[in-house]
Write a protein that binds this ligand. Structure first.
Ligand SMILES: [Zn+2]
Ligand SMILES: [Zn+2]
Length: 174
């Protein structure tokens, strides 16, 4: 056997042993589990997002010096059991919001009153919460939102915004 062949055999052997060790120690597996770990974290974040609703009312109320009642989460859940879909389109999902017909920052005593609540969606392309509940401005409100939800039933955001009756309402919004 010549010296060159011996060297190549040695290099091949080292490579094979090295690869075997890497498989045995689980180097390849470690990388895969790390990936799965990240995927798990993302899924967890998404799952948590399902229970986290954007609370525009709370932001406005805080600016007016009011904090959400500790009872709010419970009252909100109870309301969603009674009215589980957007009143303006029937949407069910994580973009649902429980809206105060008379705003919480002006009527804090009505915060937990079930008669003051309505389910509206903030789904893409519909925005029924903002357009019908708040007449396109979070600080504003619409006392006739139940009526309007029937009037604009299943209308898209673009259709609502194009409606002259709605536009007049926006000009006169409180
Ligand atoms: Zn609202
Ligand atoms: Zn809707």
């Amino acid at each position: 056997m010549n010296f060159g062949l011996q060297i190549s055999l040695l290099v091949a052997a080292v490579l094979i042993i090295g690869f075997a060790c890497w498989r045995l120690t689980g180097g390849h597996r470690k990388r895969r589990t790390r990936k799965r770990h990240y995927a798990g974290k993302e899924a967890l974040k998404q799952r948590r997002g399902m229970f986290r609703r954007r609370d525009h009312g709370a932001h406005v109320a805080r600016r007016h010096g009011h904090e959400r009642s500790p009872q709010w989460r419970r009252v909100q859940k109870e309301h969603l059991r009674r009215e589980p879909a957007c009143v303006a389109c029937g949407y069910k999902g994580r973009k649902l919001q429980v809206h105060h017909i008379r705003p919480f920052h002006l009527h804090p005593q009505l915060e937990l009153d079930p008669h003051n609540l309505i389910t509206l969606c903030q789904a893409r392309g519909k925005n029924h919460h903002l357009l019908l509940g708040h007449l396109d401005q979070w600080e504003s409100y619409n006392e006739h939102v139940r009526e309007d939800a029937r009037r604009f039933y299943r209308k898209t955001a673009a259709q609502i915004q194009a409606d002259s009756g709605w536009q007049k309402k926006v000009l006169r919004r409180p």
